[in-house]
Design a protein around this ligand. Sequence first.
Ligand code: NAP
Length: 285
Amino acid sequence: MAKIIDGKAVSEQIREALKKKIETLRGKYGSSPGLAVVLVGDNPASQIYIQNKRKACEYVGIRSYYHHLDIHTPQEKLLDLIHTFNQDPQIHGILVQLPLPKHISEEKILTSILPEKDIDGFHPLNVGKLVSNTPGLRPCTPAGIIELLDYYNIPIEGRHAVVVGRSNIVGKPLALMLLHRHATVTICHSRTLSLSSYTRQADILVAAIGKPQFIRGDMVKENAVVVDVGINRVDGKLVGDVDFESVATKAAAITPVPGGVGPMTIVRLLENTVQAFESLITPNP
Ligand code: NAP
């Protein structure tokens, strides 16, 4: 039976360390990190995500400023609000919860956020820094996954990592991060022919698909490390993209859903906010 990679426990440890670090920073600079959080509309899943992120901020001592805008809010109004946050020295991170309503261009909004305050790591400048492997703010979910693998001392270098999913927020950035850590990386997607011929080769298999229990035991190599990014609601229950029962009997280690990647994403958001605070308060010469 696979070892459980406990993202919840690891994230709690990181949270405690961050709480102490923020206290120290407050002593040193006389201020603490501030995060502006914007939700447009009433998407129930987004509301839960935001609630969890704000609670986590409060716990570690990050000031969070929540702006809940009506679903019909014009794009210009959201851009004006982001501009205000960009200028505000008390705000070090800006989070605009996705997805946005159709009349608002995600690209325009994400590009309008000051790259130094882009704690989601979605601004094209930060994407470029990721591609070229130079320091910058990295997307939370993939960065959290790497942190989790490192915590468990799971070797990445030289291993074959297969990432199923190529979204801009998970699959693509994670594939790059694994590549920078010297894995041999294969990216699969909905047009991949004979998907299981790739997944069966994976030493590290990541499922970021958005399809409940899609990866079954027969698609996984014996003793692989399996990371399940999926969050799917089935009959009111949260399930991942991996069929836990059949995969856990073959894998060496596996992340559960819930309690795997999800809590690491949130804690990474906190870490990014602290990173943004430090870089803004002590700018590079
Ligand atoms: P997404 O933007 O919908 O991307 C899904 C990816 O899966 C796409 O690249 C798609 O391929 C691929 N795919 C779909 N069907 C496939 C199939 N039959 N075979 C192989 N590949 C297939 O989703 P996302 O935003 O990356 O999120 C993925 C999952 O992770 C979702 O369940 C989401 O809720 C979850 N998530 C969790 C966290 C967390 O903190 N745990 C964070 C973010 C997302 P194409 O590109 O060809 O369409």
